[in-house]
Design a protein around this ligand. Sequence first.
Ligand code: IPE
Ligand code: IPE
Ligand code: MG
Length: 248
Amino acid sequence: MESLKDKIIMERLPQHIAVIMDGNGRWAKQQGKMRVFGHQHGVQAVRNTAEACAELGVKYLTLYAFSTENWKRSSFEVDALMGLLTSALKNELKTLNDNNIRLNAIGDLKRLPTSQYEALMYAIDNTKNNDRMTMTLCLSYSGRWELVKAMKDIADEVKNGSLDPEKIDEALISRHLATADMPDPDLLIRTSGEERISNYLLWQIAYSELYFTEKFWPDFSKEDLYQAIVDYQNRERRFGKTSEQIKK
Ligand code: IPE
Ligand code: IPE
Ligand code: MG
């Protein structure tokens, strides 16, 4: 079968792909099932996406799994999501290692229940020597939370005399974010037809290409990922310059 994978130009692969994995609840509802059923099936889409990215040679995959605002959902749903996190970390550890993927997590992780926090730290430590791709889970994460934290940290450094405020520039701010060691996302994908950012990576997506698909997250396949990359490769990233300047 012909695959969109063959249309991908390997020399122009996005280095960093960020995903807002949305639509689990609606996917479940469509089938008359509980929202949690959709979350359970979302795990398969994470596995497929991670595998496809690693196979292609994408270096960073960053997944929005649970936002700061998601704490406002019913305790039933939050508990189910937390339960799913532990089981997925346990069940997917082998796949991560088999694919040489390093796991990373960003967000206000101290808000996670102890057993989830510990399972996460275990998986991160267990995959720390893998170097084909870094997969970052954003948990209890939001862009504004991250910016507030960065501003507080910078203010502390100024206050204790270790930072001259004159030295504050874009690079310094980037270094104070949870994504300090990563390049900014080249491509941001959001599933489920919603076209908004929902407090995701606000600073980092300044020049990311945005790709929206109607597919609900549990249905997102490797082919859907290839489609997003092909679409990305057909765009001209100008970074404020003109088309003529880019082609020079
Ligand atoms: C995304 O799916 C997963 C999380 C936010 C945890 P949703 O749960 O938001 O599903 P919809 O958007 O309600 O369909
Ligand atoms: C964004 O999805 C957060 C995650 C995918 C984890 P939401 O479903 O929470 O976003 P809104 O509320 O529709 O904007
Ligand atoms: Mg949603």
